[in-house]
Design a protein around this ligand. Structure first.
Ligand SMILES: Nc1ncnc2c1ncn2[C@@H]1O[C@H](COP(=O)(O)OP(=O)(O)O)[C@@H](O)[C@H]1O
Ligand SMILES: [Mg+2]
Length: 600
């Protein structure tokens, strides 16, 4: 597997998966249900046998009818041939149905497995990977992957396998009768397939790709304009957006037209080609008949065979094209499957044992992959159990990163972070994170009920516990006023609630989770003073008996903590209680505080 080098702009370059790798992935899923797969192959052989029996019976029917008409007038043998023909048709229908049933029972569960595996993989990629990847694009790749898998499986097992078997069968039968006709037949089929495939890939596909790209652009444009609808309205810019969209839309129409035109041309050419090829093969048999070497039945056989084969062959160019497209789409999924988890649990990771909530940074060095400068250098710090620590400092000074490192959303470059004496690298990630409750600045909620959102950290919480947590988080009052109370759905990302309400739901969540460490990352920065009061009360209650880290923009929020750490460029430049820091003559904290105090 090839992969570009990671770079600053593209820290997670795609693996270059080719069609062989894609087939490898598909094979893995096909082999998951070996009985169904063998059943399918067996049925396909039967189906093809019935397929070939039809032209054979047609040939017999004509020969016997001719003999009866010119001879004794006994049509019994001809009737037998007719029943054979009809029997083959009915058998074909039955086997076809059985194939379909087998097929769907293999396809649906396999598609579901593929989806689940991919979802599992993607969910576990690191916070950094997710930060560097568009969520929308990932969603599309994952969902599209299941249809691409389906398309490829369909083409391989339902189209190509029968086609190859039918062509081989007919060639063998013809060769037994007239070697030269059999070989000619095979050659013409190969020429037809070859020309179709080359044109489909070299002429039609590029036009299709351009049309598909224009189609995606339409989606992206609409999404961009609709998500920013509030801004569009605020500037009265609807018309401007419409003109912009017209360009995208027209571009798609032009490219779609080219692509459809070429599709039509290919079909036209295929029908001409088919006619010529039939003329040649049947012409040869006809001239053999003129020499007395072939019968009317042989001509009927070839006509019927060609008729059947034509249906399969006309689609061959389409299928190759679909195969190509599906395999390039599925390459994205292969990429997900190949990509190792960036932050993995160690082999036999022990679960984290939460104790009192002691946090130790031991000579930590860390920098983000997409930046050249390390953020933390030789950073050491101990936070005692039950200590309340305030983190202040300019934006970009590394406060949020501090929190992410405690949660092990990123791995440090060297040094070690320990929680309750256990290196975060050595314990199971989910148990570690369950012991750290985070209340972010702008909490996002799931589009699920409020109860589910509050109990997210402990899904088995009882309704009483949820209500208790909501009360302590000062959220119960507004929840009661909602039409469906705890059963209210909160809208995508929690959009139906105000910032302060979401904040309180997040605090209620932390109460239910009951973790020994709580972290508030600018939890009150974007709230009005009254809401801030309310939330401050809730925060104080939550901090009780836990190690607490409060990242605060407003310094008034951290006045009463045990220790304030002043961050700058990933370093702690001052630390101490509010009183201690204020007593420093030219201190950073003091000047920040005085600036805010004046402003307030
Ligand atoms: N995912 C990321 N990838 C690259 N750089 C990041 C990422 N997150 C934060 N940074 C950078 O790291 C520095 C510290 O960020 P952060 O810890 O969020 O600061 P603070 O919370 O103090 O405002 C900033 O320069 C920021 O741009
Ligand atoms: Mg921050």
């Amino acid at each position: 597997m090839n992969q570009e080098r990671p770079s600053k702009d593209n820290p997670y370059p795609a693996f270059q998966a080719g069609w062989r790798d894609v087939m490898g992935l598909c094979t893995r899923y096909w082999m998951r249900r070996p009985q169904l797969l063998s059943g399918l192959i067996l049925l396909t052989f039967c189906l093809v046998a019935a397929d070939i029996l039809m032209p054979v019976a047609a040939g017999m029917l004509v020969d016997r009818a001719v003999i009866a008409a010119n001879g004794d007038g006994s049509f019994a043998a001809a009737w037998q041939a007719l029943f054979l023909f009809a029997g083959a048709s009915i058998a074909h229908g039955i086997i076809n149905h059985a194939t379909h049933v087998t097929w769907i029972h293999m396809a649906a569960p396999n598609m579901s497995s593929l989806l689940q595996d991919t979802f599992r993989k993607v969910q576990r990629f690191s916070a950094d990977w997710h930060a560097n990847t568009f969520a929308g694009a990932t969603v599309r790749k994952v969902t599209r992957g299941k249809w691409s898998y389906d398309a490829i499986s369909d083409i391989v097992w339902i189209h190509f396998l029968p086609l190859i078997l039918i062509v081989s069968g007919l060639t063998i039968i013809l060769c037994q009768k007239f070697l030269e006709v059999g070989l000619l037949f095979l050659a013409t089929v190969i020429i037809y397939v070859g020309i179709s495939v080359v044109l489909a890939l070299k002429y039609l596909r590029p036009a299709n790709i351009r049309a598909a790209a224009a189609d995606s652009a339409i989606g992206a444009n609409i999404a961009d304009a609709i998500t920013n609808n509030a801004t569009v309205k605020a500037f009265g810019a609807e018309e401007r957006e419409e003109v912009r969209f017209q360009g995208t839309s027209d571009d798609w129409a032009n490219k779609a037209l080219v692509s459809w035109t070429r599709g039509g041309q290919l079909k036209f050419l295929q029908s001409i080609l088919w006619a010529v090829l039939q003329l040649v093969t049947i012409g040869v048999v006809l001239s053999l008949a003129a020499q007395g070497r072939a019968s009317a039945g042989d001509i009927a056989f070839l006509l019927t065979a060609n008729f059947q084969l034509g249906g399969h062959l006309r689609q061959v160019g389409n299928h190759i094209r679909q195969f190509q497209r599906a395999s390039s789409e599925l390459a994205d999924v292969v990429d997900f499957h190949w990509r190792p988890e960036q932050i993995a649990d160690p082999q036999q990771a022990s679960p984290f044992e939460a104790k009192r909530g002691e946090i130790v940074f031991d000579r930590v060095n860390f920098g983000y992959s997409s930046t050249t400068q390390p953020l933390y250098q030789d950073f050491s710090l101990t936070i005692r159990p039950n200590e309340r620590v305030g983190l202040v400092g300019p934006s970009g000074s590394g406060k949020s990163t501090f929190v992410k490192l405690i949660q092990r959303l990123y791995d440090v470059d060297s040094g070690e972070i320990r929680l309750d004496g256990q290196p975060v690298r050595e314990v199971n990630q989910s148990s570690l994170r369950a012991s750290v409750a985070l209340v972010p600045q702008d909490p996002l909620l799931f589009h699920r009920s409020l109860a589910e959102n509050i109990a997210y950290g402990r899904p088995d919480a009882t309704e009483e516990e949820i209500i208790e947590a909501a009360k302590r988080a000062r959220a119960w009052e507004f929840i009661q006023r909602l039409p469906y109370g705890l059963d209210t759905l909160v809208g995508e990302r929690g959009i139906k609630l105000s910032g302060g309400e979401r904040q309180r739901v997040a605090i209620a969540r932390a109460f239910v989770a009951d973790a020994p460490v709580v972290i508030f990352d600018e939890a009150t920065s974007s709230l009005d003073t009254i809401t801030e009061r309310l939330i401050q009360d809730a925060m104080n209650e939550l901090m009780d008996g836990r190690t607490t880290i409060i990242i605060a923009h407003r310094l008034s929020t951290v006045r009463d903590v045990d220790r304030i750490l002043v961050f700058d460029h990933g370093r702690i430049v001052e630390q101490g209680s509010h009183a201690e820091l204020m007593s420093l003559g030219q201190g950073r904290y003091r000047s920040l505080y005085e600036m805010q105090d004046v402003a307030a």
